[in-house]
Design a protein around this ligand. Structure first.
Ligand code: HEM
Length: 410
């Protein structure tokens, strides 16, 4: 840790790092300069008018997010994540020996997933009793499968490897990994709760066992863009946004089986919110590396400016502190890609509040290299404890003619 600190303190960034920095600026600038919104990506039908049922006016449902398409919903669409979410992780019955693995598990999975896709399509266009009479609105359901299942098809496929053991060691066994991830998001928390109940019951009837789950929330946003997390800082500033950035950083282009898939890393991070807020604002900003008010980087410029890791004070100290979160996590420092972070705050009562970290990337190394760099001296990490963790291959999109999971398991 200290070696690293001195290395960076005493010298200019080496050429490779400078090249990566320039490369990453090319990632950050168009997204930021374009404002937070990405025009044209969020084509949603107009919201329905409020409905009157037995004298009660029901709130207008948010505009629908089509569940079907070349890629699943809940990753880059809607462009502004819905305000409420639940992430539920399940175990599927283990294969009963090698013979069953070859002859039994793949057809079982193929059927389960294709039925699940149809179930999701029905749920996302529901106005009936399943959701307690509520319209599904902008409900999105995103499905991922764990490394055990991907490896049972082909150990070389993206998603076949889990997180390295040392990154999960501190997480209790019962909240580690799992076979199936279902991420449910909607503006209306009750829609999320009903959809979770319905799908958990449906999966339970097919032998899936709930492993861990976590609800989350985000504050309302006046316009698409980052929102504040429980530490009071804008989160989700530096992420891929345009189609080009998403194609480069998030979506898998091959092999054919996983075209249109992505890799999710999910971590429930309990935060010492009180401890973080006990620092003065300048101290908090030095831990993050951005200003609390508007997320402007400490290297200068406004909120839309790219982080300049090389900027120094007159007496030679880096403006973005060496152990600050944005420096440690920055692609120029990690040498990795830029993940799409789409997390939610959570509160399970005093003492258990934090960030349900959800990130999508086309290569698990993006997360792993970033996490290692954070573990090696990020000041923010001192306020965080991982209490659940996993990685999942978010399956390619689906439609009536291309059932969920068919390219991987059929
Ligand atoms: C401990 C809980 C965490 C909190 C509260 C948190 C919060 C933040 C905040 C406020 C920012 C600056 C604004 C932005 O760019 O969104 C940020 C940036 C970032 N964080 Fe985190 N984060 C946490 C954990 C993580 C983890 C576990 C990772 C990945 C291993 C990560 C990866 C990143 C990345 C890649 C950036 C952008 C860096 C840049 O290019 O400027 N964060 N985070």
């Amino acid at each position: 840790m200290d070696t690293d600190r001195n290395d960076v303190m005493d010298s200019e960034p080496p050429p490779l790092v400078r090249r990566r920095l320039l490369g990453s600026l090319a990632v950050a600038v168009p997204a930021v300069a374009a404002g937070w919104a990405v025009a044209g990506r969020d084509r949603r039908p107009a919201a329905r008018a409020p409905e009157t049922v037995a004298g009660t006016t029901w709130a207008a449902a948010a505009a629908a997010v089509p569940p079907e398409g070349p890629r699943q919903a809940g990753v880059d669409r809607p462009a502004q994540p819905q305000q409420n979410a639940t992430l539920a992780v399940f175990d599927l019955p283990p294969p009963d020996g090698a013979a069953a693995r070859n002859s039994g598990e793949r057809p079982f999975l193929a059927r389960l997933l294709s039925d699940l896709g149809r179930r999701i399509t029905a749920l996302c266009s529901d106005t009936g009793p399943e959701l307690g009479g509520l319209a599904s609105g902008d409900l999105s359901v995103t499905v991922g499968v764990g490394p055990r299942l991907v490896a049972s098809v082909d150990g070389r496929l993206p998603g076949a490897a889990g997180l390295p053991e040392d990154l999960e060691r501190a997480v209790p066994d019962h909240a580690r990994q799992g076979d199936l991830m279902v991420q449910l998001c909607a503006a209306d928390p009750q829609v999320v709760a009903h959809a979770e109940r319905v799908l958990t019951g449906w999966l339970g009837e097919r032998s899936a066992r709930a492993r861990w789950s976590q609800g989350g929330f985000r504050p309302p946003a006046r316009e698409p863009g980052p929102v504040r997390n429980l530490l009071g800082f804008l989160d989700g500033v530096s992420v891929p946004r345009t189609e080009r950035e998403l194609a480069r950083e998030v979506w898998l282009a091959g092999p054919e089986r996983v075209r249109g898939a992505t890799i999710a890393v999910v971590r429930r991070l309990r935060l010492d919110v009180a401890g973080f807020l006990a620092q003065d604002v300048t101290g908090q900003e030095r831990v993050i590396g951005r200003q609390r008010s508007d997320a402007a980087p400490l290297s200068g410029g406004g909120p839309a400016a790219a982080v300049d890791l090389g900027a120094k004070t007159a007496d030679g100290r880096y403006l973005v502190p060496l152990m600050s979160h944005v420096r440690r996590a920055h692609p120029a420092a990690t040498g990795s890609g830029l993940m799409l972070r789409r997390g939610y705050s959570f509160s399970n009562g005093t003492g258990d509040q934090g960030l349900l970290f959800i990130a999508f990337q086309r290569d698990l190394r993006t997360y792993v290299e970033t996490q290692r760099r954070l573990d090696d001296g990020d000041e923010l990490s001192a306020f965080a404890t991982a209490t659940a963790s996993g990685t999942f291959l978010v399956l390619p999109g689906f439609s009536a003619g291309r059932p969920l999971g068919s390219s991987v398991f059929a």
